[in-house]
Design a protein around this ligand. Structure first.
Ligand code: NAD
Ligand code: UDP
Length: 311
């Protein structure tokens, strides 16, 4: 299999690169290095079945591949809000260009969509049939609406051109290789705790999220690409935690004496989020295996090593 992974030098993309390279497949990793790092995939550079291309998906590209795993897009609010117009371009034009490529070469196409398509959900937990509650003009809209139009494009390519598409709605995922300055909650809390700083709770900390360990997520992604289900399909861990509970878990593992401080809740921050994964269980035989308590340990160790290297 010749695979193209867009966003392959990023957090999830690089774990997918590892997974496919370990299966002896051919991998082209394409990235503009906005939030990706060469160090994430450095072990494969020079391998005969691995190629690395610096490219921005907002520009078309011609390549011969069998499968396109389209992950290119910043995922953390601070990164996707850094240049929201670029984020919208990446979501729309990037997906359009990659679907165009998939159509030309007859490749199967997987979109890394997101639970953000549900916005600040009124239905809880969220099944795939829920259509969401998304602000079209807020600071998260470039990403949320960007992913919604990306999903739309996939299904229009399927209807108009018979393209083989797979749409995966990813819920909050964590693990080694998140950037220390990523800004998402798991990495923020771990980095703050390792640096002996107070943990920053946005709002009252009672909002909930469900955290999936990266290995589980990649397993779900591979099953979706290999299977016959088009989706959209939720892939995430259904165990919900309040953000305060997460802060306590991290603090107790690193330094129980640390304080928690309150910061304002960002605009449109969803109050609750939890995937229904019945479809993934039924269609892909998939469910997560790693609990938050288990997954935090290797993640903390990875950040400990990374911060040491940069100190
Ligand atoms: P990430 O920021 O680590 O990875 C994104 C990668 O895409 C980076 O390597 C970045 O440099 C690259 N990129 C960004 N814009 C690009 C462009 N215009 N052209 C080429 N490359 C570009 O984020 P991640 O957590 O690995 O997320 C990967 C994908 O999964 C994203 O599409 C994201 O929306 C989706 N997702 C992730 C999560 C999560 O919890 N990690 C949740 C929902 C959805
Ligand atoms: N959050 C927090 N402190 C932080 C970073 C995030 O309390 O230092 C909160 C944030 O307001 C949100 C939740 O944690 O309610 C998850 O935030 P993240 O950015 O990780 O993901 P998303 O909001 O996209 O689910």
């Amino acid at each position: 299999m010749r695979n193209l992974i867009t966003g392959g030098a990023g957090f999830l993309g690089s774990h997918l690169v590892d997974r496919l390279m370990q299966k002896d497949e051919e991998v082209i990793c394409l990235d503009n290095y906005f939030t990706g790092r060469k160090s994430n995939i450095s072990e494969w550079i020079g391998h005969p079945k691995f190629e690395l291309i610096r490219h921005d998906v907002t520009e078309p590209i011609k390549l011969e591949v069998d499968r396109i795993w389209h992950l290119a897009c910043p995922a953390s609010p601070i990164h996707y809000q850094f240049n929201p117009i670029k984020t919208a371009k990446t979501s729309f034009l990037g997906t359009y260009n990659m679907l165009g490529l998939a159509r030309r070469v007859g490749a199967r196409f997987l979109l890394a969509s997101t639970s953000e398509v549900y916005g600040d959900p009124e239905v809880h937990p969220q099944p795939e049939s829920y259509r969401g509650c998304v602000n079209t003009i807020g600071i998260r809209s470039c990403y949320d609406e960007g992913k919604r139009i990306a999903e739309t494009l996939c299904f229009d390519y399927e209807r108009m051109h018979g393209s083989e598409v797979r749409v995966m709605r990813i819920f909050n995922t964590y693990g080694p290789r998140m950037l220390p300055n990523d800004g998402r909650v798991v990495s923020n809390f771990i980095v703050q705790a390792l640096q002996g700083k107070s943990l920053t709770l946005y709002g009252d900390g009672n909002q909930t999220r469900s955290f999936c360990y990266v290995d589980d997520l990649i397993e779900g992604m591979v099953r979706l690409m290999n299977g016959n289900t088009t989706g959209p399909i939720n892939i995430g861990n259904p165990n919900a935690y309040t953000i305060r509970q997460l802060a306590e878990l991290v603090r107790d593992r690193i330094n129980p004496k640390l304080e928690m401080i309150s910061k304002p809740l960002p605009q449109d921050d969803p109050l609750q989020r939890q995937p229904m994964i019945d479809l993934a269980k039924q269609e892909l035989g998939w469910e997560p295996k790693v609990s938050l308590e288990e997954g935090l340990q290797p993640t903390i160790e990875w950040f400990r090593e990374t911060l040491k290297k940069h100190s």
